[in-house]
Ligand binder design. Structure first.
Ligand code: ASP
Length: 289
């Protein structure tokens, strides 16, 4: 049995057309289905899916990133392998094409979980990760259309993926440019295991929304902890989104449990998402719940 769910952010706004994203998300799920059918690991598939989402330029991550208030592109990413409980992350990384690949390298090739800023960039360089030669030419600004909140609030966009592989392993990965108009050095939930990303033996979760709220409820880990106490994935994920809503936060999350159940609650206008069920069915949705 295999299953997968990915997201392209919960910043979707009703007046925008998402035909390109819908086509792209389906293509990514189809490509990842082939990899899962071939026996690839949940972690490899999660990283591959997020890499494709970063490279598309369609979402506020990777090529579609938005700059911070100083005009710099500081990107965050993390991943977690449920089978081993290993995790890797980068925060405020500048100058590299795929932050999720840098996060994977931190996990695989350092004794640490997270590297930030200049240290993360030095490490990415040493690892031979692909640099961005010309930022002005690389970043498309395509995600800017997600800037849908009143001035002073936190508009957002992110990508992520949760995977269950044929050996029953869960993994999650998330990547973002963060919220629009963020301060230099601001770090949201995305690169923080337990906040924006989590995978253990119970559930895998990737969050999207106003990260300041997701951090304060340990959103991604809380889903798994609730599942561990006997809640269904639907109950666990809705409880976390409700708590964030009660605090005044906006966003959503995607999650998978070890039985292949999928959940994707959100309290924003929409959340771009696509999934593969254990029965092999593929679905794509932006606004419907
Ligand atoms: N959660 C991300 C952050 O706060 C943004 C997003 O998901 O859209 O950086």
């Amino acid at each position: 049995m295999t299953a997968l769910i990915l997201h392209g952010g919960a910043g979707a706004r009703r007046e925008r057309n998402y035909d390109a994203e819908v086509v792209h998300m389906r293509q990514v799920v189809e490509a990842m289905k082939a990899r899962l059918d071939a026996g690839d690991s949940a972690l490899d598939v999660a990283v591959a899916a997020v890499t494709l989402l970063e490279d598309s330029g369609l979402y506020v991550a990777g090529k579609g990133a938005s700059p911070n208030l100083a005009g710099a592109y500081e990107l965050d990413a993390s991943l977690m392998d449920g089978a081993t409980r290993r995790a890797g992350a980068v925060a405020a990384l500048q100058g590299f094409r795929n932050p999720v690949v840098a996060a994977r390298a931190v996990m695989d090739r350092t004794p640490h979980v997270m590297l930030v800023g200049e240290g993360a960039a030095l490490f990415a360089h040493d690892q031979g990760l692909e640099p961005i030669a010309d930022e002005a030419a690389w970043y498309t600004g395509a995600g800017q259309g997600e800037d849908n909140h009143p001035p002073g609030t936190l508009s957002h966009g992110t990508v992520g993926c949760c995977v269950l592989d044929s050996r029953g392993r869960l993994a999650a990965a998330t990547s973002t440019a963060g919220v629009f108009g963020k301060m230099p050095g601001r770090v949201g939930d995305t690169p923080i295991p337990a906040a924006g990303t989590w995978a253990d033996g119970h559930a895998a979760t990737s969050c999207t929304g106003q990260g300041e709220y997701f951090i304060r409820v340990a959103a991604a880990a809380q889903v798994a902890w609730r599942v561990a106490t006997g809640q269904t994935l639907a109950q666990a994920t809705q409880a976390v989104i409700d708590e964030i809503g009660h605090m005044g936060g906006d966003g959503g999350l995607i999650a998978l449990d070890a039985a292949g159940n999928i959940a994707c609650p959100f309290n924003s206008q929409g959340m771009k998402r696509a999934w593969l069920t254990p029965e092999g069915e593929i679905g794509v949705e932006v606004f419907g719940r």
